[in-house]
Write a protein that binds this ligand. Sequence first.
Ligand code: NDP
Length: 392
Amino acid sequence: MATVLIIGAGGVGRVVAHKCVQNAHVFDRIVLASRTITRCAEIQKELPSGAIEIAKVDADVVSEIVKLIREVEADIVINVALPYQDLTIMDACVKTKVHYLDTANYEHPDLAKFEYKEQWARDNAFKNAGIMGLLGSGFDPGATNVFCAYAQKHYFDEIHTIDILDCNAGDHGYAFATNFNPEINLREVSANGRYWENGEWIETKPLEIHMPWEYPEVGIKESYLIYHEEMESLVKHIKGLKRMRFFMTFGQSYIMHMTALQNVGMLGIEPVEHNGCKIIPIEFLKTLLPDPASLGPRTKGKTNIGILAEGIKDGQPRKIYIYQVSDHEACYAEVKSQAVSYTTGVPAVIGAKLMVEGKWMQAGVWNMEQFDPDPFMDELNTQGLPWKVIEL
Ligand code: NDP
């Protein structure tokens, strides 16, 4: 039994809170904290009375997080605020000797670049404090890393190529909206693409490389190569890998709007002067766009996220696709969030559950593929994210 402190009450925080309540036999005390306490209160109202407690915290301030962790006597912190808060929350966990988990790697607010460097650099501090930090326990990163470890363990002697394929075929009825935090989403998609081949990173122009891919239960969707954070750890940990790429589907309307917004400077992260005020264009755009948490009741359709792996087993070539399909409306019916938040929040709770049960527990800072994939894959099947493997 453990006390869990969830930080962040957005789309993903809502799913994590609901799923922790469903796993109350593991998490006997659940505290949801965020910058805006009214958002915590909205989520609290959706749950049975007394199921969760709520608190206010500014997770940019280490001392505030430390104070809250001590007050609630947390055993583990699930960080589902924004990537900007990763380091402050990790440092608070080191100070209080409490386990840590997140779903996205650190990003500096003033620099459109994300990497594990500064989180990995805390490995010794975590080891010295005798605590574990699990990085990237969402869907991608997260379940996709575990799919790679599962393929490596059960299907291949050597994996030569992996393509991670992320399809959201959901329709929310808006001309343009993002399925998770707009700032994080648009910074990721509008950046140059990058993939890894023969030990080197190869850079592409934004959305320059694309291909059609037939997603089971969804159909053929044009899929665009972008850089995605899980590749940084996977290229280190998967044996014999020669190439790794990441593709995501986007509709024509999304690409058209994003390109136009980028062309006029609305995706900028530098402040601009407007009528005597300093405005950061992408932050202003976030104010105008639909709140991702509000997309839940309107979104119809499915997601299909998987890994296509090719390599050798017993001297023979082999090619498999491991994937998971979620339905936006079914997710909303269960936890009042659409599938993108659902597929992120469920793996976060599974990661935390395996940690507190001691199945995945080792001091230091770790990526998902470094642990035995089997217990995580079993949990996906029972916690709402059943998966399949097909031989191609
Ligand atoms: P939202 O923007 O919906 O929610 C973020 C929440 O964090 C809000 O409640 C926000 O508070 C809170 N927050 C922001 N800054 C602070 C702060 N300084 N102190 C305390 N709370 C703060 O984002 P999502 O729920 O969509 O995403 C959450 C995380 O999940 C992000 O890191 C995102 O990158 C990650 N993610 C990972 C995926 C994966 O598959 N691995 C996929 C999708 C998302 P406020 O209400 O005041 O703004």
